[in-house]
Design a binder for this molecule. Structure first.
Ligand SMILES: Cc1cc2nc3c(=O)[nH]c(=O)nc-3n(C[C@H](O)[C@H](O)[C@H](O)COP(=O)(O)O)c2cc1C
Length: 134
């Protein structure tokens, strides 16, 4: 069993600096058995993190204290029988790769990312064709 969380937050940095976050994350997550995905939608971050409970909880506290973003809102926290992003120590995508607005406009109940159900956000993230930024 794995533990995971999903959150949205507002970026305090331009997207040009996101590589510092995801490159460091990939290295550290690999060492800790954590996988997941980070998506940048305009000025918002949406991130799903999964792995061993103790590692995931420790990372949640660190990310919550990180001043490169603000207004972090946990949208889902729970257990997973299997990983959603096995093999991705932390994939990264932006709205140029996959846009929430374009995706959600095809759903029955379009909503903003900040109001959407966690299930819809998870479906959106799982649907992204991950670009290789490494
Ligand atoms: C949006 C965002 C996502 C992040 N995701 C991760 C992550 O997946 N893994 C990670 O190790 N650090 C991530 N970080 C960085 C952590 O907040 C923290 O800076 C990092 O874990 C280093 O902490 P340490 O110096 O205490 O080891 C993220 C930061 C931000 C702003």
């Amino acid at each position: 069993m794995f533990t995971g969380f999903l959150y949205t937050s507002e970026a305090n940095q331009p997207r040009e600096l996101d590589s510092r976050v995801y490159l460091q994350s990939r290295r550290d997550n690999r060492a800790r058995g954590i996988t997941g995905t980070l998506h940048r939608q305009g000025c918002l971050f949406v991130q799903h993190v999964e792995g061993p409970a103790d590692q995931v909880d420790a990372l949640l506290s660190k990310i919550a204290r990180d001043d490169r973003h603000r207004d972090m809102t946990i949208r889902w926290y729970g257990t997973l029988p299997q990983r959603h992003f096995d093999g991705w120590s932390m994939s990264y995508s932006t709205d140029q790769d996959a846009s929430w607005e374009a995706w959600v406009s095809q759903r029955k109940r379009p909503s903003s990312l900040l109001e959407a159900d966690a299930a819809d956000i998870h479906a959106f993230l799982a649907n992204i064709v991950m670009p290789d930024y490494s």
